[in-house]
Write a protein that binds this ligand. Structure first.
Ligand SMILES: Cc1cc2nc3c(=O)[nH]c(=O)nc-3n(C[C@H](O)[C@H](O)[C@H](O)COP(=O)(O)OP(=O)(O)OC[C@H]3O[C@@H](n4cnc5c(N)ncnc54)[C@H](O)[C@@H]3O)c2cc1C
Length: 459
């Protein structure tokens, strides 16, 4: 079977590639291959009742399927070059922002209208942070919320389903070069195309590495972010979250001069488990619908660990630490901040008596047995720094869930068109290592679609 363009992965990167090509050149024959299922098929078996913990499904419904890892996410589209990826290094700062604004417009047209756009511009929070040795990063954040994000995806699928051939439950096994383009293999069938866009996200990171190896695409990898997810009473952070929704705050530790940053803030949200290649880590999300909101706010505190030669396996390092927490707690561990600083584990009794009621059933334990001292010291320092701008953050009852790991895909070498060393083979989204967010991944899809249709004049 022959297509003009084959897209591998139906996450935001793949979806926006398809969307933009269809708009620019409706005559092109496009196929999207996705390891997971349709949006309506995606159901995580954890029901909190019969199944309380991750049972390691063959394909994780949280990470895979139409909508990708972003489908059940909080739908926070950050429009910024300050975090979320380095797309700007390839397309330029102005163009990167313009692409993200375009994605925002499409999301609004597909059900996101009426959702709030928060911005750091003109707030006094930046000054308060600076006065307390904290740095607030600049951004505009469109918060769709998990429920509206889902509706936007439903509408995008409806828009695309009669114009694009979607192949679900179809993990691509191999990508090969042919005389005229590329051949992909799925189960026992192969499909040919002129151009191929690989957008396999974090869940496809291992597979992506094998593709780069097979096709001799140069890669580099040297970073992993490690830390915890903090959960506290939403009222303590409301002066920040009401104005900014998500604040990205950075702190430089006094002890080691490491940078610790807040990440993925979920006002009135829930802490959730995340399964990446069988390793259970922690994450968080929140709903726009008030009926689904909680009394808590959660966010991650992460420390970036960069490695230098000869060590190359930064993700392996992060996985080993996550595995250690899985070994001790059978999954995610939860600990009261008061217990951590007193050097004792949390117990079921202490968690039951805690003022902050956990939104995730995790095993009470001791995070200091898992995280390296340097990282844990940085997190504790940052909690005390945040306590100055949001008093109560360092309360004994603040909950810490571990571990949160942000794996960075190895970065595949791509040019300003996000094209690899092989003409017509594009690598985009989180799977490329260039992006780490919904907005950047989606924007990278729009960019390659335009490159293919406009600059190169694919018919
Ligand atoms: C719980 C959670 C909450 C998040 N919240 C936010 C947020 O609020 N804001 C934000 O900016 N980011 C958030 N993120 C991150 C965001 O979801 C990702 O940055 C984004 O989805 C990346 O898009 P992508 O298209 O590059 O990859 P993905 O969304 O990961 O999509 C890749 C797709 O490719 C498929 N695939 C993988 N390998 C193959 C293969 N061999 N063959 C076929 N298909 C394959 C996968 O099944 C997947 O569906 C969150 C992530 C999680 C897990």
């Amino acid at each position: 079977m022959k297509y003009d363009v084959i897209i591998i992965g139906a996450g935001p990167g793949g979806i926006f590639t398809a969307y933009e090509i269809v708009g620019l050149n409706p005559g092109l024959k496009i196929a999207v291959f996705e390891a997971g299922g349709r949006l309506d098929e995606r159901k995580c078996p954890i029901d909190g009742d019969k199944i309380k913990n991750c049972i390691h499904c063959k394909t994780c419904s949280i990470m895979s399927g139409f909508g990708g890892a972003g489908a059940f996410s909080d739908g926070k589209y950050n429009i910024t070059n300050d975090f979320g990826g380095t797309l700007y290094e390839h397309v330029g700062r102005k163009e990167a922002i313009s692409l993200m604004e375009y994605v925002d417009k499409i999301n609004l047209e597909h059900g996101g209208e009426g959702t709030k756009l928060y911005t750091t511009a003109g707030t006094d929070i930046k000054k308060i942070c600076m006065q307390n040795k904290l740095k607030l990063l600049d951004a505009s954040v469109r918060h769709l919320g998990t429920d509206i994000n889902y509706i936007v995806l439903e509408n995008l699928y409806e828009d695309l389903s009669d114009k694009v051939d979607f192949f679900f439950h179809s993990p691509v096994e191999k990508v090969e070069k042919t005389d005229t383009g590329y051949r992909i293999s799925v189960k026992d069938t192969s499909y040919d195309c002129d151009k191929c866009v690989i957008s396999v996200g974090r869940s496809g990171s291992k597979w992506m590495e094998s593709v780069c190896e097979d096709l001799s695409i140069p890669t580099k990898s040297n970073r992993v972010d490690l830390g915890v997810r903090v959960e506290l009473a939403a009222d303590l952070f409301s002066h920040l979250t009401d104005k900014l929704y998500e604040s990205k705050i950075v702190y430089r530790t006094e002890k080691f001069e490491d940078q610790v940053r807040t990440f993925c803030m979920n006002p009135h949200g829930s802490v959730v488990e995340e399964n990446t290649n069988g390793i259970v880590t922690v994450n968080g999300h929140s709903y726009e619908d008030p009926a689904k909101q909680t009394d808590n706010t959660n966010f991650a505190l992460l420390v970036a660990k960069h490695f230098s030669e000869p060590f190359k396996d930064s993700n392996g390092y992060g996985e080993s630490i996550a595995k250690l927490s899985n070994m001790l707690g059978g999954g995610v561990i939860v600990q009261r901040f008061g217990d951590l600083v007193r050097g004792r584990r949390s117990t079921h009794k202490r968690i039951e008596e805690n003022f902050v009621i956990p939104t995730l059933m995790a095993e009470p334990g001791d995070i200091s047995l898992v995280l390296p001292k340097r990282i844990l010291d940085g997190i504790i320092e940052m909690i005390y720094a945040l306590d100055k701008i949001a008093p109560g953050t360092a309360n004994d009852d603040t909950l810490l869930y571990g571990v949160e790991v942000k794996f960075y895909n190895m970065e595949a070498e791509v040019d300003e068109n996000l094209e690899s060393c092989h003409k017509g083979l594009y690598i985009i989204g989180d799977g490329s290592g260039v992006t780490h967010s919904l907005s950047h991944a989606s924007a990278s899809g729009v960019h390659v679609a335009r490159v293919m249709c406009e600059k190169e004049g694919t018919r």
